[in-house]
Write a protein that binds this ligand. Sequence first.
Ligand code: HEC
Ligand code: HEC
Ligand code: HEC
Length: 138
Amino acid sequence: MFAVVLGVLLLSGAWLMAAEEKKAAEPYDEDTYGPEAPIIWDKPVKSVVFDHKIHTQANELSCDSCHDDLFTMEAGAAQEKDDFTMETLYNGGYCGACHDGSTAFASNKRCTACHIGVRGKARLEGGTAAAAGGHAKE
Ligand code: HEC
Ligand code: HEC
Ligand code: HEC
């Protein structure tokens, strides 16, 4: 148990340090790069993450490469639609417009880059896996 707690502390410490280093390099400006907090979907499966920072600041995509043709500017809107599935991504919808193996890594590869699971969500939200239900299936 102690080892698990220590592991979580070390992991979140490393994560915070990485975030701090990035901040020091260039302050993150939400007007320029979009919301700083990652967007997390729980439907149809828990949990998938989208990070503006990776796309705008790090990969220099403009807002209109996604808004509003692929996504509206409203966190959670896409998961209300029945077609927010891997099949749609594989056919070039939503994330799949770029995650097709040429513009960006393919949607049928690296599942866990997007699928962070229940624990990943808890970590991003500053809690621990235990707080989100340590025995939940991922
Ligand atoms: C690579 C795609 C992509 C790019 C580029 C992008 N966004 Fe987004 N944005 C998203 C997605 C995905 C969502 C969540 C939509 C959903 O859940 O249906 C979102 C949501 C938002 C939201 C709503 C947040 C909330 O809490 O409701 C705002 C505001 C936003 N984006 C602003 C921007 C701005 C400003 C830019 C340009 C600097 C930008 N976005 C660039 C994909 C993108
Ligand atoms: C407008 C194009 C575009 C769209 C739409 C887009 N992405 Fe990306 N994404 C990129 C590019 C370009 C990169 C960086 C190149 C790469 O990693 O292949 C990237 C990188 C990523 C990474 C980083 C992987 C790593 O290196 O750790 C993740 C995760 C990711 N995208 C998730 C998503 C998700 C989830 C969606 C849909 C909600 C999405 N992206 C929609 C273009 C896009
Ligand atoms: C580029 C990001 C991305 C990658 C890579 C990705 N997914 Fe997804 N996945 C999503 C999004 C977005 C959703 C819809 C939101 C949600 O379910 O929370 C989703 C939903 C799903 C669903 C539920 C809907 C459905 O299609 O049945 C399954 C199952 C799934 N993904 C499996 C996988 C597997 C397996 C892989 C690797 C082979 C994978 N995903 C790779 C973004 C991604």
